[in-house]
Design a protein around this ligand. Structure first.
Ligand code: ADP
Ligand code: MG
Length: 360
């Protein structure tokens, strides 16, 4: 509908061997009927029915409605690229419990090896987005110019870690807010890139740094958010006013599993509450934005993630959420909680405004 710049999609991954290994084996509780996503379980009194902008059925590749990595990218990734070229900010975040397919959707199967889109069908949204970006740049008219810069960082326990830093000292970085251009990370590595090939090296480097951090600190991989950002600076003529700047942030959120019922009893789960502060705040920000009539205060600054995403969640940008779920009966509660979170998000209505470059 007009004016709605938020897209909410749900993706259902296949049953894994781990799912089957639970006592009695897990059954599939998710069904699709037309535009409805149905949760059917004998432990529920009635079926639960949800609707979203898109439902990606990725359970079995033999199904006629099977959604591949390419399908998911085409539906939710490409529109972000289109709006970036028009000068709008954009943001996509993957939300769901650990093991539900966030990283698979965002990055792919072989995160630290090769991200060769032509030979790897499992490449996720980020490498596809980046390759398409350079494809489009190569087809631009000769008087147009687009400069591309990327950054890649993680937020763990409200602290920012640069995934592209080459220096040995990897102290957490700080956030500051520019009066006109909004929040940014101080001293973050920002790499100019001229080709997909060059960009891919940074993706691999960041993924490797992420993996190293995850193995030295056991649960870090499920409890940190990773943010990969691409900034475009487009010039179409000689006039400075014709320049446009836009930023796309592609976010693999921390596992949502502690959000459930436990987040009200904050003492019990001190660590969990702290770690998931961003998800809690994201929920609050989403509700405040959804409840536009009340002209509510939007608590962006209550977490580092939402503060940094401020320009992508408010009125100045396009936002997409990909909620990932497991089809297994053993994950019923977490799945329902993810589906409800995504439903609430669907109510946000953003009004986008074209960004202009700073006039120096
Ligand atoms: P998360 O990042 O949410 O913790 P992962 O993306 O690591 O979850 O996925 C967990 C496991 O499920 C991985 O082994 C991954 O390869 C597999 N998986 C997830 N989504 C899919 C999918 N759509 N198709 C095939 N395998 C998937
Ligand atoms: Mg992951």
């Amino acid at each position: 509908e007009e004016g709605s710049n938020l897209t909410v999609a749900v993706r259902i991954r296949p049953l894994t061997e781990k799912d089957q290994a639970v006592q009695g084996g897990a059954s599939n509780i998710v069904k699709i009927r037309d535009k409805d996503l149905i949760i059917h379980s004998s432990s529920l009194g009635t079926d639960h029915i949800f609707q979203y902008d898109h439902i990606f059925w990725s359970c079995d590749s033999s199904s006629p409605i099977y959604a591949s990595q390419e399908d998911v990218f085409t539906t939710i990734g490409k529109p972000l690229l289109n709006s970036a070229f028009q000068g709008y900010n954009a943001c996509l975040f993957a939300y769901g419990q650990t093991g539900s397919g966030k990283s698979f959707s965002m990055m792919g199967q072989h995160l630290t090896e090769c991200v060769d889109i032509d030979s790897d069908d499992y490449c996720g949204i980020i490498p596809r987005f980046c390759r398409d970006l350079f494809d489009r740049i190569s087809k631009l008219k000769s008087h147009s110019h687009v400069a591309v810069e990327v950054s890649y960082f993680e937020i763990y326990n409200e602290k920012i870690h640069d995934l592209l830093a080459t220096s040995a000292t990897k102290l957490p970085l700080k956030v500051r807010e520019h009066p006109m251009w909004g929040p940014y990370v101080v001293d973050l590595t920002v790499k100019p890139v001229k080709s997909y090939c060059q960009l891919r090296e940074y993706l691999l480097m960041g993924n490797k740094n992420r993996a190293i951090a995850a193995t030295t600190m056991n649960e870090k991989s499920s409890r940190s958010h990773s943010i990969f950002s691409v900034e475009l600076c487009m010039s179409e003529g000689l006039r400075k006013e014709d320049n446009r700047r836009s930023k796309v942030s592609l976010v693999d959120l921390a596992g949502s599993e502690r959000l459930g019922n436990s987040y009200n009893t904050d003492d019990k789960m001190r660590e969990g509450v702290f770690i998931n502060k961003a998800l809690l705040t994201l929920g609050k920000v989403i509700s405040a934005l959804a409840d536009q009539k009340k002209n509510q205060f939007v608590p962006y600054r209550e977490s580092v993630l939402t503060w940094l995403l401020k320009e992508s969640l408010g009125g100045n940008s396009l936002t997409s959420m990909l909620a990932t779920i497991s089809p297994a009966s053993s994950h019923l509660e977490e799945t329902l909680s993810t589906l409800r979170y995504a439903c609430q998000a669907r109510c946000i209505v953003n009004r986008a405004v074209v960004n202009e470059s700073p006039h120096e």
